[in-house]
Design a protein around this ligand. Structure first.
Ligand code: SF4
Ligand code: SF4
Length: 212
């Protein structure tokens, strides 16, 4: 089994490999190869809307549990999910351990292909150490004009710690409609996010979940 074979199994479910790393007990899990999975774009949202979990509570989490649970079983691994806690698995640490995600200037992670449109749906821990590809060594933020720092119209997300109440207050106002329906302006300002191809309807779904 290698990452290419795992990618081929995940792709029909519109899942992609976010990244992978050789895990040790210091990562808060058993030793092995941890493979993180996230939406394959473009096309994830159109696929997800036709899944049985789409109607009903917590559709994305229930779908992730079913699909990634089945993938883990097929691969002889163990499924892990970023929801369902407490306790919560340390997915932010795991994301940075892949070498494909870094803290951005506004604090949240930025990924080499998803930008700030990160939505890790789960992970599979496989026994043993799979061969992993050599990776880009540094964050894309070093060579960027950093528009994420100034994109929030109320300064809720910027160089200072995230002001969650200020963000929700803006979303409650008429001026917040753009963020609610098309997504956080900070995440959208990132040039990598813009290339990623996520359907704005998926972003609106996440915003409704965040601001309910
Ligand atoms: S959702 Fe809108 S108000 Fe909230 S942090 Fe993002 S840009 Fe700012
Ligand atoms: S806008 Fe630039 S600095 Fe900000 S997260 Fe994206 S790549 Fe990094």
């Amino acid at each position: 089994m290698d990452l290419t074979a795992i990618q081929a199994l995940a792709a029909p479910h519109f899942l992609d490999i976010f990244g992978a790393f050789h895990a040790t007990p210091e990562d808060g899990c058993a030793s092995g190869t941890m493979v993180l999975l996230s939406p394959l774009e473009p096309g994830f949202w159109a696929h997800f809307q036709n899944q049985p979990e789409f109607s009903g509570p917590d559709p994305m989490d229930r779908w992730s549990t079913r699909v990634i649970g089945a993938l883990a079983s097929t691969l002889g691994g163990t499924a892990h999910f970023p929801f369902g806690g407490p306790p919560y698995a340390p997915f932010i640490r795991w994301a940075t351990r892949t070498g494909r995600a870094w803290p951005s200037p506004v604090g949240m992670l930025v990924h080499d292909t998803a930008g700030m449109m990160i939505s890790i749906r789960g992970a599979v821990l496989l026994p043993g150490q799979l061969d992993l590809p050599a990776l880009q060594a540094s964050s894309p933020c070093a060579d960027c004009a950093q528009p994420c720092l100034t994109a929030c119209p109320v300064g809720a997300l910027g160089p200072q710690p995230y002001d969650v109440p200020a963000c929700h207050a803006h979303l409650d106002s008429p001026e917040g409609a753009d963020c609610l329906t098309r997504g956080c302006l900070v995440r959208r300002a990132c040039p990598i996010s813009q290339r990623f191809g996520r359907d704005p309807a998926q972003t609106a779904h996440h915003m409704r979940h965040f601001h309910k």
